[in-house]
Design a binder for this molecule. Structure first.
Ligand code: 26V
Length: 868
């Protein structure tokens, strides 16, 4: 297939429709190794439609066609799914369960077809039936069961575990409503319910026979006749029903399972009319209360009721998940003493930390093990990843609330606390201050991160700098006490979704240049380095980028009515809106550029398109105003003829996985500009890099490792380092007023926030103004402004010299292999879960894992780093 044809296969997006879906061309899709022919597929598909809808293919809707296609793909993967489970049972391979309150999966049709090796056949079969796979892929709703980085990471890891041949499964929640849908009305964010299940979800299988009961509330009676027994009474029961989603490995015959739990009421147990009446109001109310548990992702926790619901959600996931693991374990194994040899449980951030006391409860109360035995089994089984150092995100629960909702677990957590504090006392006799800082329960609150550190054998951060900050600051005392637990696992993303699927033209170019092995061995992308200065390669790369820009421009035109110049620099900042991520810094820089153009309309700058996207938390007032600020700037800039379209600003509403798949391949410049030390890792930075964008970024999170990988010529860094930021926090000495007074261009833009520059805004952006000046500029926006502006100038210079620029783009792709989640998970498997490659039942060979682990590098801690 030639490049033109391939590239013209980009999404066609209609106004008001969801972002498009790239189509893989035949060569890129690899060999049709599924064993299913086009003829067979056509016949199976026709039959499927007829059986499901009692009507012919010609008469059913697109939704019906999509549902039938999913159902057919599910039929095809049923056998490998069953075989995988069988093989696990037969070999007794150690199983990993990745517990996460979020899995941000994105659409599954494309990725499942691709991983099954069915894409080419399906595309051809549908086209012979007069249908278009792209259109059907667009019908799929994004399952938005996550907020951002943490949830998307979990989804990338599922893909890698299955593709590496690791027996690793997800355990999560089947929220009735995903993260809200964002619409922009008059420049403001408005939130609408994300009713993603409205038309059904055909990927999962409901397993009512495997439902379990989860108990809340009541009280615990202690019975002592020789041995103390804890009797939990007067509790309420909620039924947890599992829905299994297949997780298909990349062409290795492997299908793992993501188990999502849904809360249901058993209405047959409820007396409808206690007073002898006939209405069933009580039963309906009861079922609504029960189902509330899995209704929404992260319920509002600003009220007592909200907090209780969140705690209940966490316990619901943990208890249901553990019960099903143990049930399965018992069917295939012996005594629970062997548990840690057969099962690894990974806790994704603190939300599933209740796994620790819940497993203890089962081992103590149901298995009658001794405390020591139960505790050792638990610690050996559990491992924990921390994803943020933001204090407001480190979970603690009021002791009273915890005791009321989970009375038996409360007693267990108290025992763990006591056991742990005793060992602290032995290590630090008399040091009460230290012990109270490290305790799990202190000042009437239960500290979930402390519980995680104590109850797990491994604690990891998600980038070298983040781990260093954990070890040397946030968790320093814990690290001093048990240093062996702490380790780093730099995040990664799956190159299959984030290159092959979302940027098929680039994937094709890579395959044409270095062969197809990179899809499974991303380190091999390094071979591209040899071609990075090659004119023909550069020419193709440019063409690929241009075509992706055309596709995005088409979407923006149809959806937002804004015309983009595809020859301009596409500069994107797409992520959650948060003060620390500093969308405001980006805005102030654009304002300054606009002012310069207004002063000198003939100013010779490269045309720029500044793209923003991201959701602000519902109650996060200033972040919501940042969205209004971006849109106000867009209104001003996009409608000002005098600047001759040199700058455009667009805010793309409802940023989600599918929209990311459209924006990332089209981007030239990746904005990764948090205040250093705040972004634990970032994963968008890796996705942009893989797609050949050049990063402008601070030395934070994984940006540091990206810089190491690509070399300093191929990334533009600016701003304070983490050590400088932390030194200011410690010692003071930063006065934003001084920076404001000294920099005229900066002063002008800061004043413009409140001086009528945005005509209709009134006092709307005074909060931003005050935070930058009167409240001390906590995130160093003003401090970093000048170096950010200078960095942008360097960037523009490099862009002007196209061969230099394209060499930078190529270097980014070539060195992105290290940021594949395949590498990350090979490390988790070997270092944390102790799954030796030779015990893996499927495709990942020892060599493959070794190769993947080999690329690990250390980040050097800068001299004078304050935490040493
Ligand atoms: C949570 C909260 C909750 C309370 C209000 C403010 C706030 C702000 C941030 C968070 C973050 C929750 C954890 C999280 O999503 N961390 C992200 O994890 C990614 C995957 O490891 C990582 O790349 C991001 O840097 C990190 O922010």
């Amino acid at each position: 297939m030639d490049m033109e044809r391939n590239l013209s296969g980009r999404p066609s997006i209609k106004p008001g429709v969801k972002p498009g879906t790239a189509v893989l061309d035949a060569a890129q899709a690899g060999p049709a190794d599924s064993g299913i022919t086009v003829e067979q597929f056509k016949q199976d598909y026709r039959n499927k439609v007829e059986r499901m809808y009692g009507d012919g293919l010609e008469r059913v809707s697109d939704l019906d066609k999509y549902n039938a296609l999913v159902s057919l793909v599910r039929d095809y993967l049923a056998e490998p799914w069953l075989n995988t489970k069988e093989k696990y049972r037969r070999t007794g391979a150690k199983q990993v369960y990745y517990f996460s309150i979020e899995f941000l999966l994105g659409r599954l049709l494309g990725s499942n077809l691709y991983n099954l090796g069915l894409n080419e056949v399906c595309q051809q079969a549908l086209s012979e039936l007069g249908l278009d796979l792209r259109t059907l892929r667009q019908v799929e709703e994004d399952p938005g069961l996550g907020n951002g980085g943490l949830g998307r990471l979990a989804a990338c890891y599922l893909d890698s575990m299955a593709s590496l041949g690791l027996p690793g499964h997800g355990m999560g929640m089947r929220y009735r409503y995903g993260l809200f849908e964002q619409r922009i009305v008059d420049g403001y964010q408005r939130e609408y319910a994300d009713d993603w299940l409205m038309d059904g979800f055909y990927w999962d299988v409901r397993k009512p026979a495997e439902a379990v009961e989860v108990r809340f509330g009541g009280n615990v009676r202690i019975k002592s006749n020789g041995k103390t027994q804890y009797i939990h009474e007067g509790y309420e029961t909620v039924l947890a029903v599992p829905y299994d989603v297949p997780v298909v490995g990349y062409r290795n015959g492997m299908v793992n399972t993501l188990r999502l739990w849904s809360a249901e009421a058993r209405l047959s147990e409820v007396v409808c009319a206690p007073q002898g009446g006939s209405d069933c109001q009580k039963a309906v109310e009861y079922s609504q209360t029960v189902e509330e548990l899995s209704n929404i992702l992260y319920p509002d926790d600003s009220t007592y009721e909200g907090k209780a619901l969140r705690l209940k959600q966490q316990y619901f996931l943990v208890s249901a998940g553990l019960q099903s693991i143990i049930r399965n374990y018992r069917e295939n194994n012996g005594h629970l003493r062997e548990f840690p040899h057969k099962i690894a449980i990974h806790i994704n951030d603190t939300h599933p930390v209740l796994c620790i006391p819940e497993l203890l409860r089962i081992l103590l109360d149901e298995e009658q093990l001794t405390w020591e035995e139960a505790w050792n089994i638990t610690v050996q089984t559990m491992s924990y990843t921390n994803h943020t150092i933001l204090p407001e995100a480190l979970e603690t629960w009021p002791e009273d609330l915890f005791r009321t909702v989970l009375p038996r677990l409360y007693l267990i957590v108290r025992d763990i606390n006591e056991y742990y504090c005793r060992s602290l006392w032995e290590a630090y006799p008399g040091d009460w201050d230290r012990i109270s800082r490290m305790a799990i329960i202190s000042y009437n609150r239960i500290h979930m991160a402390h519980l995680a550190i104590v109850g797990c054998h491994s604690v990891n951060g998600v980038a070298e700098l983040h781990t260093d900050i954990l070890k040397n600051k946030i968790m320093k005392e814990f690290c001093d006490f048990s240093p062996a637990k702490f380790n780093n696992k730099t995040n990664g993303v799956t190159q299959r979704r984030w290159v092959s699927l979302c940027n098929p033209a680039l994937a094709q170019l890579i395959t044409d240049t270095i062969g197809p092995r990179w899809v499974e061995h991303p380190q091999e992308l390094a071979q591209l380095e040899r071609h990075s200065a090659d004119t023909a390669f550069q020419h193709h790369l440019l063409k690929v980028k241009l075509q992706n820009k055309v596709a995005l421009a088409k979407y923006v035109k149809e959806k937002h009515g804004i015309t983009l110049d595809v020859n301009s620099i596409f500069d994107s900042q797409v992520k959650r809106i948060h003060a620390y991520k500093r969308q405001t810094l980006n805005v102030l820089h654009i304002m300054a550029l606009y002012n310069r153009l207004k002063e000198n309309p003939l100013l010779d700058i490269e045309p720029h398109t500044f793209i923003f996207g991201g959701k602000a938390a519902v109650n996060y007032h200033i972040a919501k105003n940042t969205i209004k600020l971006i849109n106000s700037l867009a209104d001003l800039v996009n409608n000002d003829k005098s600047i001759r379209d040199k700058i455009k600003v667009v805010f793309l509403e409802n940023y989600n996985v599918s929209l990311a798949e459209l924006i990332i391949p089209a981007t030239d410049v990746s904005e990764q500009i948090p205040t250093a030390s705040y972004e634990a890792s970032g994963t968008g930075n890796m996705k942009f890099m893989m797609n050949g964008a050049v990063t402008i970024g601070t030395l934070d999170g994984a940006n540091i490792e990206i810089k190491q990988a690509v070399g300093e010529d191929n990334i533009i860094v600016f701003g304070l380092t983490a050590e400088e930021v932390l030194a200011y926090y410690r010692g003071g000495g930063y006065n934003p007023w001084e920076v404001y007074q000294d920099n005229e261009r900066l002063r002008q833009v800061v004043d413009q926030l409140i001086n009528g520059f945005f005509p209709a805004a009134g006092d709307l952006f005074r909060g931003h103004f005050d935070s930058l000046l009167h409240q001390g500029d906590h995130f160093f926006v003003l401090k970093d402004f000048a170096s950010y502006e200078a960095a942008h100038q360097v960037l523009d210079e490099r862009y002007k010299d196209r061969p230099v620029w394209l060499k930078m783009c190529s270097a980014n792709i070539a060195h992105s292999g290290r940021f594949s989640s395949d590498r990350t998970f090979a490390e988790y498997a070997t270092d944390i879960w102790h799954i030796r490659p030779d015990t893996l039942p499927f495709s990942a060979s020892e060599k493959q894992i070794r190769e993947a682990v080999k690329v690990k590098k250390n980040v050097r801690i800068p001299e004078g780093y304050p935490y040493q």
